[in-house]
Ligand binder design. Structure first.
Ligand code: NCD
Length: 309
């Protein structure tokens, strides 16, 4: 195949439908393989560098886990206080330095477009693990893999995306990836946190149906799946605005019982108030299975970037 060999992974809209299907296929092959043994040493001798300028639990640790299960090594930079960034080094100089040590860079940074800047500055592949309120393409791929596994197909789906659609990079990337599969979307958000217009327009051009609403009960009643998100407090210039919207949508057991049908629930995590812990043992609550899928999908992406699939 070799379709991702040597490539950067920067944006949800960079993938064709065929590429997405290949990634799902490789991830599911790796998932099966990892049930038999705990490593798959395709990347022995390769080094992955993580460069994180924003907090992370799952994204960084799952990339590190994935690289180690593939037999490769990991070097990590972050928090900023421990590095020359604290002395005023530019992002591109830091990246050029790391490119002398590593074979692939995974970067998270608060500025939209930062991963692309780094990709333009170095010759090794760069993977965007979140550029501010921009994109988070590897999350989108693990999300679509989870949707495929939980629902058994990507055909004729109706999906509600709920919460902070303006600032949420996971939803920005996920809708791009899903747009190849003719999804019916409900965008459930307070007015000030609705999906950026240019993304919604692009979806409509690709023949996806989009309904914007703040009525979660209505949207859920029509959906196969709800993708909840955290209100992105760190992106608010005025915290009083955050206070106004922070508890807008909450799913708890009572909500699901009233809904009266089974629904699948995803969340990129971390959750704050959006999903009550009393939902965790509900059969459709798939957010911790989603976390685990992150390893298979990131293993697939790394193997493919190095041309090993
Ligand atoms: C998300 C992120 O960092 O964008 N987390 C993740 O990568 N799983 C979601 C969030 O922070 O709300």
């Amino acid at each position: 195949m070799g379709i991702l060999k040597g490539k950067d992974i920067l944006h949800g809209n960079q993938f064709t439908r065929k590429e997405i299907e290949s990634i799902i296929k490789v991830a599911s092959e790796f998932e099966k393989e990892l049930k038999r043994r705990n490593n798959l040493p395709l990347l022995r001798g390769k080094i992955l560098a993580t460069l994180f300028f924003e907090p992370s639990t799952r994204t960084r640790l799952s990339f590190e886990t994935s690289m180690q299960r593939l037999g490769g090594g990991v070097i990590s930079m972050g928090p900023v206080e421990g590095s020359s960034v604290a002395k005023g080094e530019t992002l591109t100089d830091t990246a050029r330095t790391i490119a002398q040590y590593a074979d692939v860079i995974v970067i998270r940074h608060p500025r939209i477009g930062s991963a692309k800047e780094v990709a333009d500055a170095v010759s090794i592949p760069v993977i965007n693990a979140g550029d501010g309120a921009g994109q988070h393409p590897t999350q989108a791929l693990l999300d679509i893999y989870t949707i495929y596994k939980e629902l058994g197909s990507l055909k004729d789906l109706t999906i509600s995306l709920v919460g902070d659609l303006k600032n949420g990079r996971t939803v920005h990337a996920l809708v791009e990836v899903l747009s190849h599969f003719g999804v019916q979307f409900y965008f459930v958000a307070p007015d000030i946190l609705q999906m950026p217009k240019e993304i919604t327009e692009r979806l409509k051009e690709k023949a996806c149906k989009v309904v914007e609403t703040d009525d979660l009960v209505m949207a859920a009643s029509k959906s196969d799946l709800i993708y909840m998100t955290r209100i992105q407090k760190e992106r608010f210039a005025d915290l009083s605005e955050y206070e106004k919207v922070k508890g807008s949508f909450i799913i708890d057991r009572t909500f699901l019982e009233k809904l009266g049908k089974k629904i699948t629930l995803l969340h990129p995590l971390p959750r704050v108030h959006e999903i009550h812990p009393d939902v965790d043992d509900y059969s459709g609550a798939a957010y911790f299975r989603q976390v685990r899928n992150g390893v298979y999908v990131r293993m697939a992406l790394l193997a493919m970037v190095f041309g090993k699939r």
